[in-house]
Design a protein around this ligand. Structure first.
Ligand SMILES: [Zn+2]
Length: 278
């Protein structure tokens, strides 16, 4: 095991001493055990609980973030922020990355992502609502994340923001993709720059596919064709195959799930009308 990783695991265990298991596999390291916590959120009730978890740390960590499974079968199957394989949906990937960056270590990951998730779950179980606001899952969740975080007018604006980052990266002097008519620097500059920092082309591609899928499933092709410039940009991106390839598969992760089949099909049929997407 790399020295940095064992140091991080040691730091994690100094605080969370129940995480006693450690298993080195070919492409990942698994830390497992009990995670007791006492947590509260903005004046809401304090919750004391303990869950059995597995923290799966990929070989490419920290470039790739760990993922977590709850192993005590305590999470209600009606709770939607869990993937089928039992992987906890801690946050949309770019938000995970954003939060992780504030304390980039396994301890930071557990304290800032895993414990809040489990707190949110317990709160939901107890009171039937989410303490951090209702969040959607999957493609809709990713779309909502952009709309809410950037205070956009609609889902198309979310698609435009991601398409713009994919095609041009951060360009302060461009017109803001939100549709305000202002230049980026005078509008969503700070937020776009932050997104740009926490994304790779690959993760942007995953979000692009998700938001596109969501837009098409909600408004159909007509919705997108009402925004000809964006429609053209989407076509360009799909044809450039920047977003057409198979995303890196993470078990139960966002990658293989939604939007994938249809977008790939369209990338294969270059020049076909966008209507063929659906
Ligand atoms: Zn803007």
């Amino acid at each position: 095991m790399k020295e940095e990783l064992s140091a991080e695991i040691a730091e994690l265990r100094r605080i969370h001493s129940g995480l006693t298991g450690i298993e080195e596999r070919t492409r990942e390291t698994v830390v497992s055990g009990e995670l007791p916590f006492e947590a509260s959120h903005e004046g809401l009730v304090t919750i004391t609980e303990s869950f059995d978890i597995e923290l799966i740390i990929p070989e490419a960590y920290p470039a790739e973030l760990p993922w977590v499974r709850e192993t005590g079968n305590r999470i209600d199957c009606n709770y939607r922020h869990v993937f089928q394989c039992g992987r906890l949906c801690l946050a949309v990937p770019v938000e995970e990355r954003r939060i992780f960056t504030r304390q980039p270590s396994l301890l930071g990951f557990v304290n800032r992502l895993v414990v809040p998730y489990l707190y949110g779950y317990c709160y939901w179980k107890e009171f039937g609502e989410h303490p951090f606001g209702e969040q959607s899952h999957g493609a809709e969740g990713i779309t909502d994340y952009y709309v809410e975080r950037l205070e956009l007018n609609n889902d198309l604006a979310a698609l435009a923001v991601i398409a713009s980052l994919l095609e041009y990266g951060y360009r302060g002097h461009h017109r803001c993709p939100c549709g305000s008519g202002k230049i980026v620097r005078m509008c969503h500059g700070a937020a776009l720059r932050e997104l740009h920092e926490h994304h790779t082309p690959e993760t942007l591609g995953v979000d692009f596919r998700a938001v596109l899928e969501h837009v098409l499933s909600k408004d159909g092709v007509e919705g997108l064709s009402r925004a000809p410039a964006l429609n053209g940009q989407v076509r360009r991106l799909l044809e450039a195959k920047q977003v057409g390839g198979r995303p890196r598969r993470r078990p139960g992760g966002i990658g293989g799930g939604f939007g994938h089949r249809s977008v790939r099909a369209s990338a294969a049929s270059e020049g076909a009308p966008l209507a063929r997407l659906v």
